[in-house]
Unconditional design. Structure first.
Length: 135
């Protein structure tokens, strides 16, 4: 029987490993949170959609071990904790998530956080407002 280790290592040559970019992402996380500039937004809350994309350095063989990459359950836990707090600015929420992901996972070389507020109170019909932070 062929193991997953036999297959993954057989096709990644050392020269390719140095050039390889690996992204670990969570897309479409849904939260009901209390972020917004206006006090009424922080009191009533709103629906948010959150995407987090990380670029990780897997130049060393991850050997099929989760502790040698980024565990997306851990990313979700970070997002969930921060989304439960109240912020005035979406930029601050997105930055705090990006910063925490990057500091908790030294293997992460880049992180991109996209946070969308659905039906923002702007005086007209708008599907979403969106903030993107890249660190």
């Amino acid at each position: 029987m062929v193991s997953s280790k036999d297959l993954s290592s057989a096709y990644i040559y050392e020269s390719d490993r140095e050039k390889m970019k690996t992204k670990v992402s969570l897309k479409g996380m849904k939260f009901y949170s209390y972020h917004g500039f206006y006090e009424s937004e922080r009191r009533l809350g709103n629906n948010f959609i959150l995407d987090v994309e990380t670029e990780v350095d897997l130049s060393v063989d991850p050997d099929d071990q989760i502790d040698l990459t980024v565990n997306y359950e851990s990313i979700y836990a970070i997002c969930n904790k921060i989304m439960q707090l109240k912020y005035k600015l979406l930029e601050s929420v997105a930055y705090d998530i990006a910063y925490k992901v990057k500091t908790d996972f030294p293997i992460v070389s880049n992180v991109k956080v996209t946070l969308a507020k659905l039906n923002p109170p702007v005086g007209g019909k708008v599907d979403k407002s969106e903030v993107i932070i890249e660190l």
